[in-house]
Design a protein around this ligand. Structure first.
Ligand code: UD1
Length: 418
């Protein structure tokens, strides 16, 4: 199992290019199932989750070809199996995104239940209720969801809770349904809007994506299209947080600053000078120690839960006491015990972590438990005095492209031990 060896203490300085968003490319890959014609996906990141999705599409009979300049061409004309096995779904919960597309286009789907994951139980009841309300017959047996519908019917869906992949699954299903579907209390994440752009390029009729009310007028079929994946706001924010925690100056390029506002405001509160360009963000933390600040995670446009672990790392060395409250997932504090092993002073009270900043962390061997926890531990290792080894880095490869190369470009001493 790969590990990352980090020699901490160097302020990160320089520029790094940001890849396409993991949380955009995964639903876009699932959307390829909705048309017989090929979908060309540009700015696709090289990630383990993308490889898993390619394997999933391949297992159904689709052909995915890697093109030049980070493009992927997906041809689903050969799909002959509407089936997502437990083997693949258990490695990547986002596999559930094939449920809506398969059901809408082929009238049937058999998809393994994702089950729990490290950060919480993460049910999919809202996906299933929505599809059932659109007329699907659904039964869950032996760990598999079996869904059937001759043709889904448009309806009003009022989601009890904001769910990102739930909104995406239902929006995709509705795009090929008979009649109009309205999703109320929809997730407003930029990745939902990006998926809607892709679907519209394929011929779908969608209004309001990016707001909490999405209206989808179903069409009979969708066509092939070309779609450019949105930049990854979480990857970009992670490199900015790395500058903040190490006292450096980092510019992230090829980003959409308008999708990162909550994080940028928060980095300002931690004491960073933030400069924005049309497609870049630069933060300067040189000769400064972060100031404590409070973070409260919420659905977009609130502060992203996917940046909570990284800001916890920043808080460990901030001057003063920070409180980090996690409101989206019930068990997303697993990085904390590892940070404590590096000398952090943190107490957890229910969904809040109270962090008394220390002057310096000390390097230690630590274990990553999930994707964003790994990022948090890398940030802590980069800031700490001495050597850290982050184990189980396969988690980070799920969502960060060329992670050690990008950090090395910023002057970090980090290398992979195979
Ligand atoms: C997506 C993101 C993930 C991010 C999360 C929250 C992808 C591939 N993943 O995950 O990176 O951390 O949004 O921004 O885009 N819930 C239910 N019932 C459901 C669905 C969700 O109770 O049917 C609950 C979940 O347990 C959680 C909350 O709703 O407490 C939000 O989850 P959701 O937005 O669905 O997360 P994902 O789409 O899985």
């Amino acid at each position: 199992m790969d590990r990352l060896l980090i020699q901490g203490g160097t302020p990160l300085c320089g520029e790094v290019s940001i890849s396409g968003a993991k949380n955009s490319v995964l639903p876009v890959l699932a959307a390829s199932l909705m048309s017989e014609e090929p979908l060309l996906i540009q700015n696709a990141p090289h990630l383990q989750d993308v490889a898993s999705t390619m394997r999933l599409l391949g297992s159904m009979g689709a052909t995915v070809t890697l093109g030049e300049d980070n493009s992927l061409r997906v041809d689903t004309s050969g799909v002959n199996r509407c089936y997502a096995s437990y083997d693949i779904v258990r490695t990547m919960r986002a596999s559930i995104l094939v449920l809506g597309p398969l059901l809408a286009r082929y009238g049937q789907a058999e998809v393994s239940l994702p089950g729990g994951c490290a950060i919480g139980t993460r049910p999919i009841d809202l996906h299933l209720h929505g599809l059932a309300a659109m007329g699907a017959a659904i039964d869950v047996n032996n760990g598999y969801i079996r869904a059937r519908a001759k043709r889904l019917k448009g309806t009003l869906l009022a989601l009890d809770q904001i769910t990102v992949t739930g909104t995406e699954n239902l929006m995709m299903a509705a795009a090929l349904a008979d009649g109009t579907t309205v999703i109320e209390n929809a997730a407003r994440e930029p990745e939902v809007e990006d998926l809607a752009c892709c679907l519209m390029a394929m011929g779908a009729r969608i209004r309001g994506a990016g707001t909490s009310r999405i209206e989808i007028e179903g069409v009979r079929e969708l066509q092939g299209a070309t779609h450019q994946v949105l930049p990854d706001r979480i990857e970009a924010s992670t490199y900015l947080a790395a500058a903040c925690v190490t006292g450096g100056k980092v510019r992230v390029g090829q980003v959409r600053p308008d999708t990162m506002e909550a994080v940028l405001v928060k980095l300002g509160e931690y004491g960073a000078s933030v400069e924005l360009g049309e497609d870049y963000v630069e933060i300067d933390m040189r000769d400064r120690r972060p100031r404590a600040a409070d973070v409260y995670t919420a659905a977009y446009p609130g502060f992203p839960t996917d940046m909570q672990a990284q800001m916890t790392a920043v808080s460990t060395v901030a001057e003063g006491t920070s409180t980090i409250t996690e409101t989206i997932f019930e068990n997303r504090f697993m990085h904390i015990q590892e940070l404590v092993r590096m000398g952090a002073n943190i107490e957890v009270h229910g969904s809040a972590a109270v962090i008394q900043g220390v002057e310096k962390l000390s390097g230690a061997p630590v274990m990553a438990t999930d994707l964003r926890a790994s990022a948090s531990l890398i940030l802590a290792g980069l800031a700490a005095e001495g050597e850290s080894v982050v184990d189980r880095v396969y988690h980070i490869d799920r969502g960060y492209e060329c992670v050690e190369e990008k950090f090395q470009r910023l002057g970090a001493s980090i290398q992979r031990l195979s």
